[in-house]
Write a protein that binds this ligand. Structure first.
Ligand code: COA
Length: 385
């Protein structure tokens, strides 16, 4: 029982933030935060990032194995076939208040997708798989339609000749991306697709564990991803870089900021990684490449300087996935407000994989808390209060 006595006596212990609490088994993702190492279904993230398309990763996450050529062709066709946003979702985007932020629009539209699904609550394995493909296919369209609507531009129709990453850039800009931009986006999508029991994925699993549906689980996950301590950090990173403004100002700016109590530098620190996030290693390369290609290297240079300074602090902190993705996207001409939605465009596949895994051996997720409130308060009738 969660009485104060049971906690003060040590019979029960609070795991604030669920740190080090192991709630289930999973075959999907392995993280060694010290080595460091990140595996999707056993495969090293470095091999996957350099050699696989996002479609291969979607197949891997949803099926537990890398696809052969025929399987890859099939899932690619399925993803293309599932494209095409329902008219009412475009309407929602069109009528969203100008003050709304893209993550709120995405969350609302994803919830709305359930209404145009003839079988939103089909929880057979086939039903869950179909919904995973549909959600994965439609995320880029929602994000891109909202992006264009904010600029007073009509949405672009998906291009069936283009793969997932290229089509996403096509939807955003209305022209086919060059090979370098397409590769950079593909790599970013591969890197963000999955990360074990992180906050948004755990949210999805909690919802799935009530035997609710995939749309509900993914909608909840978007809400969790939005926060600045999770996926929202990438937006915070670019705001920081813009505020600093120049590589020469990094040192005084950081020194000043760290005098502020409770200051958090976005894109640094991690619950699991106690050293450099392996995804940041890959993105650092792409940030440099993108900066050089677009003739704007200052965001990368500033980032490198910040990384070096943070490493030498008394308590060193290392970049996470959000740090170098920010400068990569920014030099590609993408605005900060869609950085977190891009994260969601990728992570949806991981969320769906976890919903399927959770429901394959389900048990309700229901932790306890240490009650510190009043006990057995004498009831006072309304007219006496
Ligand atoms: N900037 C400054 N200090 C940081 C920090 C950051 N980005 N991240 C962690 N710390 C410090 C904390 O102040 C705390 O210091 P203390 O022990 O002196 O109190 C210590 O490191 C541990 O931080 P804590 O918040 O308890 O770790 P956590 O595991 O709960 O949090 C994050 C992990 C990711 C939420 C945290 O590192 C953070 O806020 N990072 C910035 C946001 C971000 O980039 N999120 C994306 C994660 S992929």
């Amino acid at each position: 029982m969660s009485t104060p006595e049971n906690f003060s006596s040590g019979r029960l212990q609070i795991a604030l933030g669920l740190q080090d609490v192991v709630v289930d088994e999973s075959k999907i993702c392995f993280i060694d935060g010290v080595a460091p190492k990140l595996l999707y279904y056993g495969y090293n993230i470095h091999d996957l990032a350099e050699n696989c398309s996002y479609e291969e990763i979607v197949y891997l996450l949803l099926n537990g194995k890398l696809p052969n050529k025929a399987e890859l062709a099939k899932i690619s066709t399925d993803l293309v076939a599932a494209r095409g946003l329902p008219a009412e979702v475009f309407e929602t985007i069109k009528h969203a208040p100008k003050s709304s932020i893209p993550m709120d629009v995405l969350r609302t539209c994803v919830s709305q997708l359930a209404l145009s699904d003839p079988k939103p609550n089909d929880d057979t394995p086939e039903g869950r798989y179909r919904k995973s493909i549909r959600l994965t296919a439609l995320f880029p369209e929602i994000v891109a339609a909202d992006y264009r609507n904010r600029r007073g531009e009509a949405p672009n129709k998906p291009n069936p000749k283009l793969g997932h990453a290229s089509n996403f850039l096509f939807l955003l800009h209305g022209k086919e991306p060059g090979p370098s931009a397409a590769k950079t986006m593909d790599v970013a999508l591969v890197l963000h697709a999955e990360h074990s029991f992180n906050a948004s994925t755990f949210t999805a699993r909690v919802i799935a564990a009530t035997l609710s549906d995939m749309y509900s689980a993914v909608t909840g996950a978007i809400g969790a991803l939005k926060g600045p301590l999770h996926g929202g950090a990438n937006e915070g990173v670019i705001k920081t870089l813009v505020e600093i403004g120049d590589v020469s100002k990094v040192e005084p700016w950081l020194n000043e900021k760290f005098k502020e109590k409770g200051f958090r530098l976005m894109g640094f620190g991690h619950r699991v990684y106690k050293t450099l996030d392996p995804r940041a290693v890959v993105l650092k390369k792409y940030s440099e490449k993108s900066g050089k290609e677009h003739g704007v290297t200052k965001w990368f240079d500033m980032s490198v300087k910040i990384e070096a300074m943070m490493k030498t602090r008394e308590k060193p902190l290392y970049p996470n996935v959000d740090f170098y993705s920010a400068s990569t996207y920014y030099t590609m001409g993408l605005p900060p407000e869609i950085f977190t939605p891009i994260f969601a465009v990728s992570r949806v596949a991981g969320w769906c994989a976890h919903v399927m895994e959770q429901q394959s051996h389900n048990r309700l997720i229901r932790p306890d808390c240490a009650y510190i409130g009043v006990m057995d308060a004498p009831f006072i009738p309304l007219d006496k209060r």
